[in-house]
Write a new protein. Structure first.
Length: 320
């Protein structure tokens, strides 16, 4: 899962063609998205609904301009969540113009250099206050605690963007901003429990590669973001354009066509003999060596202090 639980957690070169140490999760009580009418996920065959939401492709052909794609980053942001969709959008060719239809940028709260997961250093090209209005917003896993500035920007940008998409535990940020209220969504399979317990107004879809509501979409863990990005290209420019981008990337996954390829994650894993599942993050732990607490007559083992403290804050959410 990389830095899925860590706190907090190049520009387009083609012009033509942690668990365990994170702080507590921020609690958000905000008005839900104003776009609640679009609360039905789009299936692979739901072409009428897809057409309703995909006016961007017609706009691109008419104005001959690139669509602005903003990748949101923060310290510890998951690199894989960014690199997969970035590559897809970078290597997509518009069947109408023969050029790359996307202009990619990295956006953050400040322009200060920051480290992504694994230590890669990036310098955001834009801040929330000076970035161009995005057509597509991509939110990777950026931790579980979010600043007001980030949440406000997500709400505002979603009001203008045609698609706001999360990858892996980037869904936590969308949920914290109120953009997933009353909707179905997915995230990394190791975070289903935590997501559902912290955001009960969101219905978690287990065992799917992505969930697409048209104006907002969520991907499962890590490489699922590549498939969701290809799904977005498919919606905007057709399956041939998505297949060509996948071919250019030498990517042979079929998850962009069929989100059920993640079906093995539909149910909780059975822990190996002698181990138990952390009730917060679902990680297998050794009860004899793990951080543990007793609650209502039962012992619960945790992988770290953060999961224990999250459990103790509202234990009923994890024991219902």
């Amino acid at each position: 899962m990389g830095d899925a639980f860590r706190p907090g957690g190049g520009e387009d070169r083609r012009t033509e063609r942690g668990r365990g140490t994170g702080p507590g999760v921020s609690r958000r009580i905000d008005a839900p998205s104003s776009r609640r009418g679009k609360d039905r996920p789009i299936s692979a065959t739901d072409t009428d609904a897809a057409t309703e939401h995909d006016k961007m492709s017609a706009m691109t052909a008419r104005t001959n301009r690139q669509l602005e794609v903003a990748f949101v980053v923060a310290p510890g942001a998951e690199l894989v969540d960014i690199a997969g969709p970035w590559g897809v959008f970078e290597y997509t060719t518009s069947p109408t113009t023969g050029r790359s239809p996307f202009a990619l940028s990295v956006v953050a709260e400040t322009a200060d250099p920051l480290k992504l997961s694994g230590g890669m250093r990036v310098v955001p090209g834009h801040t929330f206050t000076n970035c161009r209005t995005p057509d597509i917003v991509v939110v990777p896993a950026i931790g579980v605690e979010f600043s007001d500035g980030l949440l406000d920007w997500l709400r505002a940008s979603h009001g203008h963007a045609s698609v706001t998409m999360s990858v892996c535990n980037g869904a936590f940020a969308l949920a914290a901003a109120g953009l997933l209220d009353g909707r179905t969504a997915t995230c990394h399979h190791g975070s289903y429990r935590l997501m559902q317990s912290l955001y009960p107004t969101v219905t978690i879809e287990r065992g799917v590669r992505w969930v697409d509501h048209g104006d907002i979409a969520t991907a499962g863990g890590l490489t699922s973001g590549t498939d969701l990005a290809l799904r977005i290209v498919d919606r905007l420019f057709g399956a041939d354009a998505a297949a060509l981008a996948a071919s250019q990337l030498e990517y042979f996954g079929e998850g962009w066509r069929d989100p059920t390829v993640n079906a093995e994650f539909a149910t909780d894993p059975v822990p190996p003999p002698g181990l138990a599942l952390d009730p917060v993050c679902g990680m297998p732990v050794n009860p004899a060596a793990a951080v543990s607490v007793a609650y209502r007559g039962s012992d619960h083992a945790f992988c770290c202090d953060w999961c224990r403290d999250t459990f103790l804050a509202t234990p009923e959410r994890f024991t219902a």
